[in-house]
Design a protein around this ligand. Structure first.
Ligand code: AVJ
Length: 320
C-alpha cells in the first residue's frame, strides 16, 4: 500500500454543498445544474466511455498531440517540477507526458472523485516507480491548498488537459486561470489543452453520439440526485439534448422535460413545463487568438502551442 499524504474533503460537507447547488440551480430561471457533479463513480466511468467514442474526437486528438509532442513539452517544462493536474480522472493522457518528464518530477493529481483519484494514483505509482505521486482530493473550482507538499526549489506547473476549461463561462474561466497563476507563482507555468472551433456537425455529433453514452452521462446527474439527495426524478421523462450556440462559441447540454411534471428533492418540489430545460453543461470552443487573450487577462503569457494537422485541438504552454 502506498502511504499517501492526502488532503480529503468531508463527506457530509460534500453532500451539503451538492444539495445547496442543486436547489439553487433548479430555482434559477432558466434551470441549471453544475457540470462538476457529473463525476461520481458511475459518471466518471461513463466519461471514460465517452472518451473512446468515434464521434468524440477530443480525447483521441489530444492523445495524438501528446503522443507526438510530449517529449518536446517535457523538455520545455524542465527539471524539478511539481506537476499539478486539475481534474485528473483516470490520468490516461497524462501517462504520455509522465513517460517523458524528468525523474525529479513530483506528480500531483487533483480530482473531485475520490475513489477514481486514488485508484488511478495507485496504478500510476506502480507503473512509474521513479516518480513521486501525491494525489489531492479537492474541488479545483475552490482555491487549492498544497501546504508543505512541495519543496522550495521546485517549479509549480499546472497541467489542465481535456478542455475542461471549456466548462467555464469566460469570466469564471479568467477567475480560475487567475487562481492557477496565484497557485504557481512566481516562476510557475500552465500547460493547458483546449478545444478549437470547428465544423458545426463535427461539434454536435461529438455530444450526440449514436450509442447514447453522452445521454446516459447527462441523465446520470438526475440519478445521482435521486440517490444522494432523496430525489424522485423519472429518468424516462427527460431527454438529452446538445446544441452548438454560435454566438457564445459553445456546446450547451440540456435535459429536456418531456411533459409537465413535478419532482421532489428531499422536502423541496420543483415544477417543470413540457419542453422546459435544465442546462447541465457548457463546453466552450476557442480560436487560438481568443484563448491567448483570455489567458493574458489572468497574467499568463503564451510560450508554445502544439496542435494536430486538422487543428481540432490545441495544447499550449504559458508562463507568468
Ligand atoms: C471533460 C468538459 C472536456 O466538454 O467535452 C463530454 C465533458 N460532456 N461529453 C467536454 C463532456 C459531454 C467534456 N469535458
Amino acid at each position: 500500500m502506498t502511504d499517501y499524504n492526502t488532503i480529503t474533503l468531508q463527506d457530509s460537507a460534500e453532500t451539503t454543498e451538492f444539495y445547496a447547488d442543486v436547489i439553487s440551480g433548479l430555482n434559477s430561471k432558466p434551470k441549471t445544474l453544475p457540470s462538476k457533479y457529473f463525476y461520481d463513480e458511475q459518471g466518471s466511468m461513463l466519461f471514460d466511455q465517452i472518451c473512446d467514442l468515434d464521434e468524440y474526437y477530443i480525447t483521441r486528438t489530444e492523445s495524438q498531440i501528446m503522443d507526438r509532442y510530449a517529449h518536446d513539452m517535457a523538455r520545455t517544462l524542465g527539471e524539478k517540477i511539481a506537476l499539478i493536474e486539475l481534474g485528473s480522472g483516470s490520468s490516461r493522457k497524462t501517462r504520455l507526458l509522465l513517460e517523458e518528464v524528468a525523474e525529479s518530477t513530483v506528480y500531483m493529481p487533483v480530482d473531485i472523485s475520490r475513489e477514481h483519484l486514488f485508484k488511478s494514483a495507485e496504478q500510476l505509482a506502480f507503473d512509474f516507480p521513479d516518480l513521486s505521486i501525491k494525489p489531492i482530493h479537492a474541488d479545483f473550482t475552490q482555491p487549492i491548498k498544497l501546504d508543505n507538499q512541495i519543496e522550495d526549489d521546485y517549479r509549480k506547473v499546472v497541467y489542465f488537459p481535456g478542455s475542461t476549461i471549456g466548462n467555464f463561462e469566460p469570466e469564471q474561466a479568467v477567475q480560475l486561470l487567475s487562481n492557477i497563476s496565484n497557485l504557481v507563482d512566481p516562476d510557475g507555468g500552465l500547460l493547458i489543452g483546449y478545444d478549437l472551433i470547428k465544423d458545426l456537425n463535427i461539434l454536435e455529433d461529438a455530444y450526440n453520439d449514436s450509442a447514447g453514452v453522452t445521454a446516459a452521462f447527462n441523465k446520470n446527474l438526475l440519478h445521482r440526485i435521486n440517490q444522494e439527495l432523496d430525489g424522485n426524478f423519472d429518468l424516462d421523462a427527460f431527454e438529452h439534448q446538445a446544441i452548438f450556440n454560435p454566438e457564445e462559441h459553445r456546446i450547451e447540454m440540456h435535459l429536456i422535460s418531456l411533459k409537465k411534471q413535478s419532482v421532489n428533492i428531499g422536502e423541496s418540489t420543483f415544477h417543470f413545463e413540457k419542453q422546459e430545460s435544465i442546462c447541465t453543461e457548457y463546453s466552450h470552443k476557442y480560436s487560438m487568438d481568443s484563448f491567448r487573450e483570455m489567458a493574458l487577462k489572468a497574467g499568463f503569457h503564451e510560450d508554445r502551442c502544439w496542435t494536430d494537422p486538422n487543428q481540432y485541438f490545441a495544447v499550449c504552454n504559458y508562463r507568468l
